[in-house]
Design a protein. Structure first.
Length: 356
């Protein structure tokens, strides 16, 4: 089984990462930290690792770069108990148990420093431009986050939490068996990111991890509340939960809750980050409008629609700016690619994968 995720995102608060959680997974036996510059083969190495163990029918998680989804930031192989990650900025990781648990994979040994030095000024300039390019992106995402917060404020005091709790209990009674575990795991992931073409969402991951879905139609903008309460209830019953977080506001909003033991997914539907799903797998669709004061919703429907449209526009602009940053990153990579000894790197890659 192979599935795709993000463990980091460019958000309304800047760069957000769950890499520490990924590395501190108790099931891991070894963590490999790849060091090196752009274009030195980090992502290619991880793709080859993923391909090998996928062919052996193991559980492979491909962890993509949120700034460039075509590149990998990491790969985890469950049966082997290891994870390989890009440990360069912005997700630098300091080893806690050097050698005994974490190992460094240094790809800089395969570059020609003298050749890189010949283009020092150009490389330095591109690094500066790329770093500066994120500021307007974060300003746009911050604005989108503010609109989302304004939308939530409009709903303050108008949500029927007792009715939400009753619906969740009903769903659990129909689907859950207790007790399951005294130490359930909670994993935080993202399935969406802002790329140059807009928003990319790994719908196939939801389909791979779930056999059935319960959709919370998010017309009223409160699906995140429903999902948070659902996750808490299943965790109390001992179920493992995978929390799929919003790429805009990961600390405030969930987009999906996946219960691995049940292969059951709870999904915010009709949302900017909603995955494409198989309708045949849908057990139930719940309208979020049913949990808001009806008169209030009717009177403020236009405000909610306006907020959703504005958020989409701001995110779309931010995604286009991310595309411009990627173009500069591609130019930067060319300097490193030209300075790499790929023959030696490929030989090392084969030996490293055999060791795994």
């Amino acid at each position: 089984m192979t599935y795709d995720t993000f463990t980091a995102a460019n958000t309304e608060k800047g760069f957000c990462s769950y890499f520490d959680e990924l590395i501190r997974d108790d099931s891991l036996k070894r963590v490999y930290l790849i060091k090196g510059g752009p274009g030195c083969g980090k992502s290619t190495l991880m793709k080859k690792i993923a391909d090998k163990f996928e062919k052996e029918n193991m559980t492979v998680e491909r962890i993509h770069c949120s700034s460039d989804p075509d590149s990998l930031d990491g790969v985890k192989v469950t049966e082997k108990g290891f994870v390989v990650i890009d440990a360069t900025a912005p997700h630098v990781y300091d080893m806690g148990t050097p050698g005994a648990f974490e190992s460094i994979v240094d790809l800089s040994r395969f570059w020609n420093e003298n050749k890189l030095a010949e283009n020092r000024d150009e490389i330095k300039s591109l690094f500066t431009e790329i770093s500066a390019g994120y500021k307007p992106v974060y300003n746009l995402l911050k604005a989108a986050g503010s609109v989302e917060a304004w939308q939530c404020q409009q709903l303050d005091g108008k949500i029927d939490y007792e009715k939400i709790n009753a619906q969740i209990k009903k769903v659990i009674k129909q689907n859950a068996i207790t007790p399951v575990s005294s130490k359930p795991t909670v994993s935080n992931r993202l399935l969406s990111a802002f790329a140059g073409d807009g928003v990319i969402t790994y719908s196939k991951t939801t389909d791979t991890l779930c056999s059935e879905y319960i959709i919370i139609d998010d017309t009223a903008g409160i699906a995140g509340i429903f999902l948070s309460k659902t996750a808490t209830c299943f965790q109390k019953l001992g179920y493992d939960t995978i929390l799929i977080r919003s790429p805009l506001s990961p600390d405030k909003r969930l987009e999906q809750v996946i219960i691995p033991q049940l292969r059951l997914g709870f999904i915010a539907g009709g949302h900017l980050y909603s995955p494409e799903i198989d309708d045949k797998k849908v057990l139930k669709t719940i309208s979020s409008k049913n949990y808001i004061d009806r008169e209030f919703y009717s009177a403020n429907k236009n405000k909610i629609t306006f907020a959703r449209k504005l958020i989409r526009e701001l995110i779309s602009r931010a995604a286009k700016d991310m595309g411009d940053i990627k173009k500069k990153h591609d130019l930067l990579e060319k300097y490193y690619i030209e300075a790499m000894n790929f023959k030696a790197l490929n030989k090392y890659t084969e030996e490293f994968i055999q060791k795994l």
